[in-house]
Ligand binder design. Sequence first.
Ligand SMILES: C[S@@+](CC[C@H](N)C(=O)[O-])C[C@H]1O[C@@H](n2cnc3c(N)ncnc32)[C@H](O)[C@@H]1O
Length: 275
Amino acid sequence: MTITQINQPRAVTPHGILVELLQSTLQLAQSSNTSAEVLTSLQQIYNLAAGLEPYIGEYTTNESQGLKALAQKTSTEDWSKRFSDGETVRQLEQEMLSGHVEGQTLKMFVYLTKAKRVLEVGMFTGYSALAMAEALPDDGKLVACEVDAYVASFAQACFQNSPHGNKISVEVAPALETLRKLAQNGESFDLIFIDADKKEYIEYFHTILDSSLLAPGGLICVDNTLMQGQVYLPNEQRSVNGKAITEFNQVVANDSRVEQVILPLRDGVTLIRRI
Ligand SMILES: C[S@@+](CC[C@H](N)C(=O)[O-])C[C@H]1O[C@@H](n2cnc3c(N)ncnc32)[C@H](O)[C@@H]1O
């Protein structure tokens, strides 16, 4: 019998990190001289926080077989080895995959907006691309930008096992190059999902808004806009990506062409529409 090794992803969302911190605080309190009252209170706080994500997952429509297989294949890949062997251009990790609840949310947005053309900026192994493609009509199209050729073929192999995979075309190049090419060709999209290099988010946003890439009435969804909580934590606690996202959120908030809302979904998803 073959045993498939599934590595547990580490916490990469504000909520996931909060649950881990609460767990270690509770353990610390249990092993020290803490009053029963404080212990009971900490246990209640932990239960409330730790139950949220599993509950949402359980009561959200199950992912398709194609998505499940793709997520499993992603979690069993040795991404560190792929990088040290020079097969990927940068260190990728399974935590990059958006997953069940975010995938189902994006799928819902595609249905709600009746999108026929979707653009994804940053595809990785293709989870969000395939989730959105599943909601597209038969003549719908999703263009996915991905800079890494290894991960692009990994995703394309997974798409072949899905009846919706043929709606996806992959552009292997730096996303800004692809965005400029698509804009020059006069292409436009009903929904654009941004999830590539955090340091380039502002440029993606400006390239999209300064061109016709976003169709009239179109929706932009942007991932990781809470960046593990770093955007509201003190500046000293921000990584390079944390600083980039803090600046991005400010740029969007100051742009009078759009209105937006940050949803506390996974690592934060901002919805933006042109006014
Ligand atoms: C967070 S992952 C995308 C996850 C995917 N959207 C999902 O939900 O499963 C980011 C991806 O963007 C790609 N990427 C990073 N910089 C890029 C760039 N400048 N142009 C295109 N892709 C880029 C990375 O190689 C990586 O695969």
